[in-house]
Design a binder for this molecule. Structure first.
Ligand code: ADP
Length: 279
């Protein structure tokens, strides 16, 4: 909703006449504003935990604390350091995604393997959160129609995208909530992956902005569960690179469903005869 910006330049001729040159610099200025916002966001995300960390260091240096208190402070310091580490890690992932060539049609990821890895990661994360915050969830995984299906793309990228969506559902859904992860094929043959949760839901006005870097609906809730605000930006990038799409449907107070459609044009099918030959 920025106004259009035109840059105007008067080019003088020797005979006294002037040529008016104008150029639309709206896009250029927008890109520059985005870059500035991004740098400001990154600085803020790093500076906040750094300030807290420095405060703890000063406390340890100046106060004579009991062994127990020292241990508690060190624990909190480790948490802040871990937070900075996740932000830096996610930023590196994003910049690597932007800089590397698109995954071609030569690397094939067996769908079954992807499902298995996502399930392992989802269950492990849910286990950790159960221990830390007593957040027990009902987590279920369903997969059908994936026998012999292979996806063109990079295993590590796809796993990180799907795991991010599962991890969000686990992190934002309160104890006792249900998370259903489904893999299926639609009538066109595309692979459809969905994560449905019974979490807090997301108001409609936030949905279009969720994949922006550092955009969060609720900052404190995101931080509390170790969020960096970069997860969905990474998901969007990975899916774009693989020609896949993301759809978000959510109702406040009811829950959210994140759906990925991975197009049939980027699938291949292991032939039955191959399977027999191997067996
Ligand atoms: P974060 O690290 O904060 O989770 P993401 O980019 O993964 O960052 O998500 C952006 C924001 O979208 C989150 O801060 C949260 O407000 C919202 N969000 C994402 N997934 C869910 C979900 N399953 N339920 C409710 N809110 C969600």
């Amino acid at each position: 909703s920025r106004p259009v910006r035109i840059s105007v330049h008067l080019h003088p001729y020797g005979d006294g006449r002037k040529l008016l040159l104008s150029r639309d610099v709206t896009a250029l200025e927008q890109a520059e504003a985005m870059r500035r916002d991004f740098v400001a966001n990154v600085s803020h995300e790093i500076r906040t935990p750094l300030t807290v960390l420095t405060g703890f260091v000063e406390t340890l240096q100046t106060l004579h604390l009991s062994t127990d208190e020292r241990a508690r402070y060190l624990g909190m310091m480790a948490q802040q350091a871990a937070r900075m580490q996740s932000v830096v890690q996610d930023l590196l992932t994003l910049s690597r995604l932007e800089g590397s060539p698109l995954p071609g049609m030569t690397d094939w990821v067996p769908a079954r393997l992807l499902v298995q890895r996502c399930e392992e990661e989802g269950r492990a994360l849910s286990g950790v959160l159960t221990q830390q915050h007593a957040r027990k969830h009902v987590l279920s995984f369903e997969a059908e129609g994936l026998d012999g299906v292979e996806l063109a793309g990079a295993m590590s990228e796809l796993q990180s995208a799907f795991s991010n969506l599962i991890s969000n559902a686990v992190r934002y859904t309160p104890a006792g909530g249900e998370i259903t992860v489904r893999w299926r094929r639609n009538p066109q043959g595309d692979v459809v992956f969905s994560v449905a949760d019974t979490g807090p839901g997301i108001a409609a006005e936030h949905i279009p902005r969720l994949t922006e870097r550092f955009y969060r609906v609720d900052r404190s809730r995101s931080r509390e569960t170790g969020g960096t605000g970069l997860g969905l930006a990474i998901v969007k990038h990975v899916l774009q690179r693989h020609g896949a799409s993301l759809q978000i449907v959510s109702t406040v107070g009811v829950g959210s469903t994140f759906t990925v459609v991975f197009p049939v044009t980027r699938l291949r099918f292991a032939r039955k005869s191959d399977a027999i030959a191997v067996a």
